[in-house]
Write a protein that binds this ligand. Structure first.
Ligand SMILES: Nc1ncnc2c1ncn2[C@@H]1O[C@H](COP(=O)(O)OP(=O)(O)OP(=O)(O)O)[C@@H](O)[C@H]1O
Ligand SMILES: [Mg+2]
Length: 243
């Protein structure tokens, strides 16, 4: 779809999105965009509203404001309808079904595909190619996988849904540095293959390596939006964090 001006619309465009928990305004009106095939990272201190922002975009919480996907207003859609469009979030804490096998968890990710066996198989092949460990452990209960393996499974399950925009909330949380780097490398590979990614990540050096643009969120507001290469050090970031 193209906009009336003939230019390619943003993959996702967030305009004045806000959300509250009771009287706590966790997200002040926020503007944000991700272009087709772009890798964007959100940085910010604890309690900044990063998780709230991703939850608001995916309508896991009530919010105000406008969100457009490829130029189409999706503000009125629910989480399930957004998933059908390809807007998929990997939540912090992974949200896996622990008693179910790796295979079953992956299959659940593809529920939107319906009866198209070939498409489901194609997606399994893609996920198992990216994460061979998941193939090896496909009959193992999700809860008995290591932290890193569970994160692979969470990303794998999201890929089974056929995302156009993949949003991830701190996928490296609690993982050994090498394992975290492996997960993020995979995200980089997916992005090089054209997938739009919106990543919340506290490990700035890792995230900045991959991202093209960065938003710094603090106290529920965007404090800065800048190309990743402009952020040279934690020291530079600090001035946004403590604005
Ligand atoms: N369910 C909730 N009920 C009440 N307040 C909440 C709830 N969830 C989050 N908050 C508050 O909203 C604000 C933003 O929280 P959020 O989880 O979005 O921050 P975050 O940037 O993801 O932080 P972290 O880096 O620690 O994950 C915080 O002040 C938090 O205490
Ligand atoms: Mg969070």
């Amino acid at each position: 779809m193209t906009s009336t001006s003939g230019t390619t619309p943003h993959l996702i465009e967030v305009d004045g999105l806000s959300a509250s928990y009771g009287r706590v305004a966790a997200l002040k009106p926020v503007d944000l965009r991700v272009e087709e095939g772009e890798f964007v990272t959100i940085l910010g201190p604890n309690g900044a509203g990063k998780t709230t922002l991703l939850r608001a975009i995916s309508r896991l919480i009530a919010c105000n404001g406008q969100v457009k996907f490829k130029g189409q207003d999706i503000s009125k859609l629910n989480t399930h309808q957004l998933a059908k469009l390809g807007i998929i979030m990997v939540q912090e804490g992974r949200g896996l079904f622990g008693e179910m096998s790796v295979y079953e968890n992956l299959l659940l990710g593809a529920y939107g595909v319906g009866n198209q066996r070939d498409e489901v198989e194609r997606r399994f092949t893609q996920v198992f190619t990216l994460f061979p460990r998941l193939r090896e452990r496909s009959s193992q209960a999700a809860s008995s996988m290591s932290g890193g393996e569970q994160q692979m499974l969470a990303v794998g399950r999201a890929l089974m849904a056929g995302p156009k925009l993949l949003m991830l909330d701190e996928p490296s949380l609690g993982l050994a540095p090498k394992v975290a780097a492996g997960i993020l490398d995979t995200l980089g590979e997916l992005n090089r293959n054209g997938l739009g990614i919106l990543l919340v990540e506290q490990k700035a050096p890792l995230a900045l390596k991959l991202a093209r643009r960065v938003y710094v969120l603090s106290s529920g507001s965007v404090r800065a939006e800048l190309p990743a290469q402009e952020i040279k050090s934690h020291h530079d970031l600090a001035k946004f964090y403590f604005h």
